[in-house]
Structure formats: structure tokens, C-alpha cells
Design a protein around this ligand. Structure first.
Ligand SMILES: [Fe+2]
Length: 263
């Protein structure tokens, strides 16, 4: 299991001026940029000023083409036999029961034509029910849960399906601006057959009141593209007496593809 990456964990503000911005000021910036949208725009604005640290760290050069065969000679590899079925259950990794709302998150990974993408390594990482990551960079004063690490993985089945049992993460503060809070989300990483084939994205929960004021979510200025990052509550996935259920499909290609970070 790879350690939970620090991506998305309380990134520092780009400057002291940025840290002083109020939520109202950020909202105004979000609205001004949204007004510039002229059509479908499924990918996020990478240089998105309301998301302060994107100003300094967004890509400014074209991606390098890597020789996939050469990369495979030196890159880490994983074998499908290395992924235990129990690793998809984030609620059984410790002696005790983690706190919070137990949920199932399931869906399919498909291409733009609806064909399943089988044997995909799906990794997730997330905050606990209190909105705290088990990561050294997250030091905000919400409690850690000794029974919850917040990382899991599985392989997609022949129909492209994945399934995790976990805890619904809480929203958490970050230092983008004054009183900045991220909507609850789960980070997803997908590996294809080669190490160069990695995609990273985030899944959100329906009805979150923080959507409208979150610069990361709003950096995808196309509302339809944002909607594709939000899971659906599915009572058919809900397990009696145990957990509520959410469904979220990931589309890798085509006009309805799920947003993923450029790799
Ligand atoms: Fe996060």
C-alpha cells in the first residue's frame, strides 16, 4: 500500500495576501471567472486564482512524452496477486471499529463507449469522519481515529466494477483563504496496465453545502463536468443495518469523461 499522498492535504497559501482573502472575496472571484465560460469546458482551469496555490504550481509547459517500454524497465510494478480482497474494506484495518457513518462506494470504470475497464488498480485515500487525514501534514485540531487510516485499494472486476466499504469523510479546513473549507470527498487513483497510465480525481457526496464556495471544485467551471464528480445515493447499494450506499462511475474518455488530473 502506498502511503496516502499529501495531495489535497492542507496546502499552504501562495502568499500572505492570499491567506487574508475572505470567503466573500473568493466567491466574487469564482463568480467572475464562471462568467467567462463560453461553452463546454470539461477540464479545470489549471491557473485558477481563487485556488491560490494553483497560481504557482500549475503546469506551464507541454507534457513530456515518455517511452512506455523504457519506463516499464525502471518503474515500480504491482502484481494482481498483491491486492488482497480485504484491502477494499477500510473499516477493518485496525482492532476496533472506526467512528462515523459507514458507507459503501461502488461503481464502474468505463471508456467513452461504455465498455468496462477490467483489472484496473483503484486506490483511494480520504479524511476520517472528523475531517482529519492520518498524515503528518494535516495538523488541524480535529481528532484522529486510531481505528481508521483512510487508505484502500481494489482491482476492477470483468465488468469494470469496484467496491469499497469505508467511513463517510468529514469536510475539513484548509489554508487557501480565511475560513476555507473543502467539501467532503474521497481521492481516487486509477492505474492502467503501465505505470505511466495513472489518473487521479476526487469523488464528492450529493447535496454538499460547500460546493459553491470551494475553489477546487469550482475550478471546473463547466457545471455538467462538476456534476460528474458527485456520487449518487443508491438505496440498492445500502446494506441493511450496516451502511449507506453511493454509486459513482468513472468515464475515462469521450465527451462525458470524468475529470482527472493531468499526469
Ligand atoms: Fe482531500
Amino acid at each position: 500500500m502506498t502511503e496516502a499522498p499529501p495531495r489535497g492535504v492542507t496546502p499552504p497559501a501562495a502568499s500572505s495576501d492570499a491567506a487574508a482573502a475572505t470567503q466573500d472575496e473568493i466567491n466574487a472571484e469564482i463568480a467572475a471567472i464562471a462568467a467567462t465560460r463560453t461553452g463546454d469546458e470539461p477540464q479545470p482551469r489549471l491557473d485558477y486564482a481563487p485556488y491560490r496555490s494553483s497560481i504557482l504550481r500549475h503546469p506551464t509547459k507541454a507534457l513530456h512524452q515518455a517511452d512506455p517500454e523504457l519506463v516499464e524497465l525502471v518503474a515500480p510494478v504491482f502484481g494482481h496477486q498483491d491486492v488482497d480482497a480485504l484491502e477494499s474494506n477500510l473499516t477493518i484495518q485496525h482492532r476496533g471499529e472506526p467512528l462515523g457513518e459507514r458507507i459503501v462506494v461502488t461503481g464502474r470504470i468505463i471508456d467513452g463507449d461504455g465498455r468496462p475497464v477490467a483489472n484496473q488498480l483503484v486506490e483511494i485515500w480520504q479524511a476520517n469522519a472528523s475531517g482529519r487525514y492520518a498524515h503528518q501534514r494535516d495538523q488541524h485540531p480535529a481528532p484522529l481515529d486510531p481505528n481508521f487510516t483512510g487508505t484502500g485499494r481494489c482491482l476492477t472486476g470483468p465488468d469494470g466494477s469496484y467496491r469499497f466499504t469505508t467511513i463517510k469523510p468529514g469536510p475539513y479546513p484548509w489554508r487557501n483563504h480565511d475560513n476555507a473549507w473543502r467539501p467532503a470527498h474521497i481521492h481516487f487513483s486509477l492505474f492502467g496496465t503501465d505505470f505511466t497510465q495513472r489518473m487521479i480525481t476526487q469523488m464528492y457526496f450529493p447535496g454538499d453545502p460547500l460546493f459553491a464556495i470551494d475553489p477546487i471544485f469550482q475550478s471546473i467551471v463547466d457545471p455538467k463536468a462538476r456534476e460528474r464528480l458527485i456520487a449518487t445515493y443508491d438505496h440498492g447499494v445500502t446494506v441493511p443495518e450496516t451502511s449507506t450506499g453511493y454509486r459513482w462511475d468513472i468515464v475515462l474518455t469521450g465527451g462525458h469523461r470524468t475529470w482527472t488530473e493531468p499526469s
